[in-house]
Design a protein around this ligand. Structure first.
Ligand SMILES: *Cc1c(COP(=O)(O)O)cnc(C)c1O
Length: 391
């Protein structure tokens, strides 16, 4: 496996050197990413566009290498949160359309128009700023009007959309490229609320059509809806977590095979035997009832390995599970290996990923740490130096 060139990750040479330590290796498997994309392409069919959502540094997998890989694999669109992410993609040579999912601030309009970034739109002052910049630059600004059909987050309420479109019609420098909404419970088996949101969105699309406006591309499906509700695919889908290999739903297995893309490995730094009654780590939250063999691992919460894993999480050593004992520290975690007498210092430890016949998934880590796979990926991926496989 080749260590990735810093310029390919977007991480500069000024990154903290401990991120490059052999003590902890975060690996991104680009073959798995490509395989997941192909599964989604096949599932959605050739006529539905796929927007790869690569916000948060591609959920911790690395914005530029992920986007380059997916553009080659045939991704039609990219979705990011911030202007700087869109600019970084353009600098890296990504030519596909890019949508800024949170829109821009008025002061960012010039740069967004210049880089031909498309903008989610929900505020008239931002529309005016984009139009002014487009006029000055002799370009069109492409916008996707964002509708809140029940997510209760960003976007115009359905009743506000038609008046807003009337207002946009007075700004000829803006091109209405899309109508966008987001689902709150697409990962649930109970589809009542999702269906309500979809119907609200459908009604709005009909109203737009009835006005005789050219139909903008409609998109509402995230990974949960992509896999469970094909009737929500519409013109385009926005795929995030499924691309990174995690099932979006806790309630239903995905209908297509997905391969985890991220793994995290370390090694045993020290092995030691302690007598019964010994306490482990800060705060003495674990007291050994029996003599205990411990392995100290050079990983901790500064590496995104959550302190909530204290006394709960497990790792894989020689394909066997070893439970975390005591509190996870900033750079160290202790696991019990009393039941694995053959292990020694320097042996590989898997914190996320497969070893032998077993695998630790982001879902499992998330359950121990009281969160979701999305946060596990963001924390681990964005706290550690990433190495790439399958470039
Ligand atoms: C993050 C995001 C997505 C992707 O969601 P997944 O559940 O990861 O597929 C889609 N649309 C919007 C607006 C988002 O913010």
């Amino acid at each position: 496996m080749l260590p990735t060139r810093p310029e390919a990750t977007g991480l500069g040479p000024a990154e903290p050197s401990h991120w490059l330590s052999d003590m902890l290796a975060l690996t991104i498997d680009l073959d798995a990413l490509r395989a997941n994309f192909r599964q989604l392409r096949q599932w959605c069919g050739p006529t539905v566009k796929i927007m790869a959502v690569v916000k948060a540094d591609a959920y911790g997998h690395g914005l530029v290498p992920v986007a380059r890989t997916l553009e080659k694999a045939g991704a039609d669109y990219f979705g990011v949160a911030y202007l700087h992410e869109g600019l970084r993609l353009r600098q890296a040579g990504v030519n596909a359309p890019i949508l800024l999912l949170m829109g821009v601030l008025p002061g960012e309009a010039a740069a967004a128009v210049q880089a031909e970034l498309e903008v989610a739109l929900f505020r008239p002052d931002i529309a005016t700023a984009l139009a002014a910049q487009a006029r000055q630059q002799g370009r069109k600004a492409r916008v996707h009007v964002k509708v809140d059909t029940g997510m209760g987050r960003l976007g115009l309420l359905p009743a506000e959309v038609l008046p807003f479109l009337e207002f946009l019609a007075g700004l000829p420098e803006l091109e209405l490229a899309g109508l966008i909404s987001h689902l709150a419970t697409a990962d649930w088996l109970d589809q009542t609320y999702t269906q309500q949101q979809v119907e609200e969105f459908d009604a709005l699309r009909r109203q737009v059509r009835d006005r005789g406006w050219p139909a903008p591309a409609s998109h509402i499906a995230n990974s949960g809806a992509i896999l469970a509700l094909p009737h929500t695919h519409l013109d385009m889908v926005r795929a995030g977590i499924a691309l990174y290999g995690s099932p979006p739903s806790e309630e239903a297995p995905p209908p297509v095979p997905l391969r985890p893309v991220m793994s995290l490995r370390s090694q045993i730094l020290q092995i030691k035997d302690l007598p019964a009654g010994s306490s482990i780590s800060y705060g003495r939250t674990f007291i050994a009832a029996q003599p205990i063999r411990l392995a100290a691992l050079p990983v901790g919460y500064c590496n995104g390995y959550s302190r909530l894993l204290s006394n709960r999480g497990q790792v894989l050593i020689h394909g066997q599970r070893a439970p975390i004992r005591g509190r996870v520290c900033m750079n160290l975690t202790m696991v019990e290996v009393t039941h694995l007498p053959e292990v020694s210092a320097g042996d590989q430890v898997t914190l996320l990923g497969a070893d032998g016949g077993d695998r630790l998934t982001a879902e499992e880590l998330a359950a121990w740490a009281e969160t979701i796979s999305y946060e596990v990926y963001c924390l681990l991926g964005n706290s550690n130096y990433r190495r790439y496989k399958g470039e």
